[in-house]
Design a protein around this ligand. Sequence first.
Ligand code: PPS
Length: 287
Amino acid sequence: MSSVPYLTHKGIFFPAVASYTEEYLRYVENEFQLMDDDVVNVTYPKSGTNWMAEILSLIRKDGDPTWVRNVFLWDRVPWFETATSQSTILNYTPPRFMSSHLPFQLFPKSFLRSKAKVIYTVRNPKDVLVSFFHFSNSFKILKDPGNMQDFMDTFLRGDVIYGSWFDHVKGWLAMKDMPNFFLITYEELQQDLRGSVERICRFLGKELTSQQIDSVVENASFETMKNNKMSNFTQVPNDMMDHSKGKLMRKGKSGTWKSCLTVAQNEHFDRVYQENMRGVTVTFPWD
Ligand code: PPS
């Protein structure tokens, strides 16, 4: 396995590249001011972040796809924990739509004093594992995952960027009864994208016509996003991503873990899941 180093901040790994620094992560947690009209797309990695960013971009523009076809996704819904996004965020015309993979304990403290809205998308962790495994082979700022068994062990220990899936999800679920927090799953987006878009619009207080919602659904579909170079990561520089080894828009399906994990791996995963999720009252589509 390669030894790409990681930055460790408060026990959580981050890519060791210029955009992540301890100083900036401390600034984000303690000084970054969320505004009441901010909307933050929060996820654990590989859970549908870019999909939700595309949906939100389209909702923001009332279904008009011009913005998503002409501006990079990371400029439309910038990641606020990366120092390199700071100027985009400072120059963003409100309401700001931003993304974050931060666990709750590292999220801006100002959130608790604001009415900023968080949309938290969760995905079946077995599909997250598989998606993360493949992405780690192509995204050069991530450690070489080794084989699936190696990576499953690493993932279940939480020794991946942004920490343990279990801690991330349980940390954010503490917010589930707050009026400015919206919980949705990747699987719900898959099963009923239109209904999900309608629910997201209601949460955002945004009224779209039926045709505008049709346009959001059509332009946020896997096929359309896969062909949109502003959203599909094909324009990520080669020094960061080896495009011959993988892509962001890989399968876009639920349940692909079934053909990737052995029976024994699946049983082990289930045991670790049960232990870690004991006491969690939310029922997910995969439970
Ligand atoms: S990242 O790198 O953490 O920001 O990745 P993230 O965007 O969270 O997750 C990538 C997975 O989301 C899938 N994806 C989609 N699925 C269905 N429809 C649409 N429109 C869509 N857009 C992205 C993408 O294919 C990755 O999942 P896998 O299982 O690897 O295909």
